[in-house]
Design a protein around this ligand. Structure first.
Ligand SMILES: *Cc1c(COP(=O)(O)O)cnc(C)c1O
Length: 230
């Protein structure tokens, strides 16, 4: 894993150089879904401190087995009836995909006396199989008014392609949308969470501040792929 992590860092540095960016502005978020607590421990030994999970149930079982010094981001579709657990477990919810979910998270944050950093998930390629706001209908102002939420930026899961270059337009689009939203709000939205194992270099070239990396760091997952569900 140390070798894989070092290779990922080298590739991120190279992408930053091509784009004239500072590599310190790119966070590698190891995605530990389908990986054991031991694998998380090994990654923590490499200095990684924030991990991504896509299911509340799996995170609920795994987090107590891991060091309490770690933080966790929710990156998968969140059902409203799990908003309470999510507010308790995650230091950021990257996958806010409806106004009603944002309201539910805000409600629980209030009850639990928390503030919750969030990103809005955008379905940049309008794929029927994916969650996320349509780019044309992003209720940033309404969400920004929810007092317990800290809107920090946007997230997208690009379509899968064996030719990563093909997904560049979706990353560009997310970056443009982020700029439009911060203009609208008159406040900076610092984060763009985009890029996964197959396409993170292109995402970094297009401005990603968080790349979500699973298999390129941990190897294959323990279960069959059913991404973005539950
Ligand atoms: C699984 C997952 C990832 C990581 O995918 P890899 O291709 O293994 O890097 C990133 N983002 C989300 C939302 C995911 O569900």
């Amino acid at each position: 894993m140390a070798e894989k992590y070092s290779e990922i860092q080298t590739r991120i540095r190279a992408a930053c150089e091509r784009a004239g960016r500072d590599p310190a502005t790119v966070l590698v978020l190891p995605v530990s879904k389908g990986q054991s607590a031991d694998a998380v421990q090994e990654a923590a030994g490499l200095g990684l401190r924030i991990f991504g999970e896509n299911k509340v149930q799996e995170a609920k079982a795994k987090i107590p087995q891991c060091s309490s010094r770690l933080q966790w981001h929710m990156i998968g579709h969140l059902q409203s009836n799990k908003a309470r657990d999510a507010v308790q477990m995650f230091s950021c919810i990257q996958s806010i995909d409806s106004l009603s979910l944002a309201e539910e998270v805000n409600k629980w944050a209030e009850k639990l006396s928390k503030r919750v950093p969030i990103l809005l998930e955008v379905n940049t390629a309008a794929e029927a199989s994916k969650f996320g706001f349509s780019p044309a209908n992003l209720p940033v102002e309404a969400i920004n008014q929810l007092p317990r939420l800290e809107l920090q930026g946007l997230m997208t899961v690009a379509p899968y392609s064996s030719t990563p270059e093909r997904v560049r337009p979706y990353f560009k689009k997310l970056c443009e949308l982020r700029d439009e939203c911060s203009d609208k709000l008159g406040a900076p939205l610092p984060h763009l969470s985009m890029g996964m194992s197959g396409d993170f270099e292109i995402a970094v070239e297009e401005g990603a501040t968080i790349v979500r990396i699973g298999t390129a760091l941990f190897g294959p997952r323990a279960y069959a792929k059913k991404e973005n569900a539950g």
